[in-house]
Write a protein that binds this ligand. Sequence first.
Ligand code: SF4
Ligand code: SF4
Ligand code: FES
Length: 237
Amino acid sequence: MSLLRVSVWRGGESGEFRTYEVPRLESQTVLDVVTFIQRNLEPTLAYRFACRVGMCGSCAMTVNGKARWTCRTHVANVAAEDHLEIAPLNNLPVIRDLVTDMSRFFDKWAQALGRFQGVRSRHDDFPRVLPGSSQRQQIDAAIECIGCGVCYSSCDVVTWNPEYLGPAALNRAWTLINDERDTARAARLAAVAGDAGCHACHTHLSCTERCPKKLSPTAGIAGLKRAVAAAALRGEL
Ligand code: SF4
Ligand code: SF4
Ligand code: FES
């Protein structure tokens, strides 16, 4: 049986990589490898996962230098040399081992007013959004974001400027800007118009290249830039 050499981050921010040997199996995912280590070699290894099928986003880690969902990453596709390096996500504080503190990531969703704000009560009829409307079509892919943090972890601008709202929060703002039922459009545009908002994006495209759901936060951010400029010209900001 062939073996994988797996370097895994242990400890907090000032931790270190430790190397383990793991049997290489057919159809093995990176999450399978981490689970093998935790169950058989290092019971105190901290890591996070839930669904194992690419729905929850909680298993995201840095694998051989790139942020990925570990449950949907097959070892065969990333470990040609029988070696894996598994680290926590970049751009987020490390709690321990492979677990990061996602608070800052989700705080930025709140800063970008990423919460739907309607006016109807439970006693009103459902508002209807026509599937073919141009606004609905604009965000058809973007609403599929599951908040995994892969794009955020891959964005150099977040690394340089930790205040930058980042691709996921801005993608969320873009979906709400195009939601005709939402009533906070002006406030949301103001929230993403500042120095740490959409204009800080350098269009590096790393978020779009790395998003496991093949979404394009870059396109949404470009849309936000246009919407902010139009609102400014109308004197609304
Ligand atoms: S396109 Fe913008 S948000 Fe996406 S990775 Fe590049 S700088 Fe970050
Ligand atoms: S845009 Fe993609 S990579 Fe970013 S949080 Fe959403 S699903 Fe994850
Ligand atoms: S465990 Fe849910 S996406 Fe990987």
